[in-house]
Design a protein around this ligand. Structure first.
Ligand code: FCA
Length: 333
């Protein structure tokens, strides 16, 4: 008898304890948080930095970050399916082609995955930005104008005559942010009096250094009358490829001024060379915000159902050999 009462008591206490546990800790029943971070060019230092700061968010919150390079549409689709199979709840993506936007949205939905885009805003079949996917990118046009202003200041400091300066725009116009960035730079130069006829487009096949090198070579071959050049493009790689092409023709830092966009290792390595090259500067943008904040936003979306801002555009600051340490410190890098 005593035993029966005792065992009943134990059983009811256990049930109560279990209920309390079940009610108060719903997370125990849920899958652990897993977030994908998919980037189009895993070998590019900018994307390595984004991953680094995304890892910081994962470390702080204790979730798993799955980093996948997605250089083409096929790999991207496989990566999204793979994330679903691994029971991830969402992913951040910089897609290899923004026109894959509708496919990304559909595949994510089908797999019940939340999605945030970073750097390159996804577009639909008619070329419109997909507003249902939260996005963090850079203020392309304004940052481009900063590039143009930086080039103008340096032209002035050297006493070059604007009408005698050639301007090379490394173009990758199928990517809207690339178009906006280079347009901003070209507009700033033209507004200051650089003749429109002095601006030459060099179309890149991809957004890497080699494609820029090839594209710039073609323009340098055709346009031989300019002794002074300014060069700009969507990122540091575009400008570095152009600077290398110029060097191949004997055009060095006294003849060429290049300003990139990014400011990660690609730029820092160049600044670390003992002799200054024609890579004069880079508008530093925040890989920390783009990597850490997007991932953190995704985490909060998953765990607190807090929808991220529809669009966030981040700003940049011109960084040169001289001020690199201070500018990076201001960015918390
Ligand atoms: C695009 C470019 C990258 C980087 C990023 C912010 O994705 O391709 O190089 O500039 O925007």
């Amino acid at each position: 008898m005593v035993r029966t009462i005792w065992s009943r008591l134990v059983a009811s206490t256990l049930t109560a304890a279990f209920c309390t546990l079940a009610v108060n800790s719903p997370a125990l029943a849920a899958d652990p948080v897993k977030i994908g971070f998919l980037v189009k060019q895993a070998e590019e230092p900018w994307f390595q930095d984004e991953w680094h700061y995304a890892e910081q968010a994962a470390h702080e919150k204790g979730f798993t970050l799955v980093k996948i390079g997605v250089p083409n549409g096929e790999k991207m689709m496989a990566a999204i399916d793979n994330l679903a199979a691994q029971k991830a709840q969402g992913f951040v993506i910089c897609a290899p082609d923004v026109k894959l936007g509708t496919a990304v949205e559909r595949t994510a939905k089908r797999n019940n995955l939340k999605v945030i885009s970073v750097d390159d805003q996804l577009i639909d079949g008619s070329g419109k930005a997909i507003s249902s996917i939260p996005h963090m990118g850079i203020s392309g046009y304004d940052i481009g104008k900063q590039v143009g202003q930086g080039l103008l200041n340096e032209i002035k400091a050297r006493g070059w005559v604007l009408s005698e300066v050639g301007a090379m725009r490394l173009a990758f116009d199928q990517l809207p942010t690339a178009q906006q960035r280079t347009q901003g730079a070209a507009d700033a130069l033209k507004a200051a009096g650089l003749p429109a006829a002095n601006v030459f487009d060099a179309a890149q096949a991809k957004t890497d250094t080699e494609s820029a090198f090839n594209a710039a070579n073609i323009v340098f071959t055709k346009q031989t009358k300019f002794k002074h050049w300014v060069v700009f493009g969507l990122n540091d790689e575009a400008v570095l490829g152009t600077v290398r092409a110029a060097e191949g023709r004997g055009l060095r830092n006294d003849a060429v001024i290049g300003i990139g966009i990014g400011g990660s290792k690609a730029a820092l390595n160049e600044f670390a060379k003992p002799n200054p090259t024609a890579f004069y500067g880079s508008v530093l943008i925040s890989s920390k915000r783009h990597g850490y904040e997007t991932t953190m936003n995704m985490y909060k979306w998953i765990t607190e159902n807090k929808l991220p801002a529809a669009v966030t555009f981040t700003s940049g600051v011109l960084m040169t050999r001289q001020n690199q340490a201070a500018v990076r410190a201001d960015f918390g890098l």
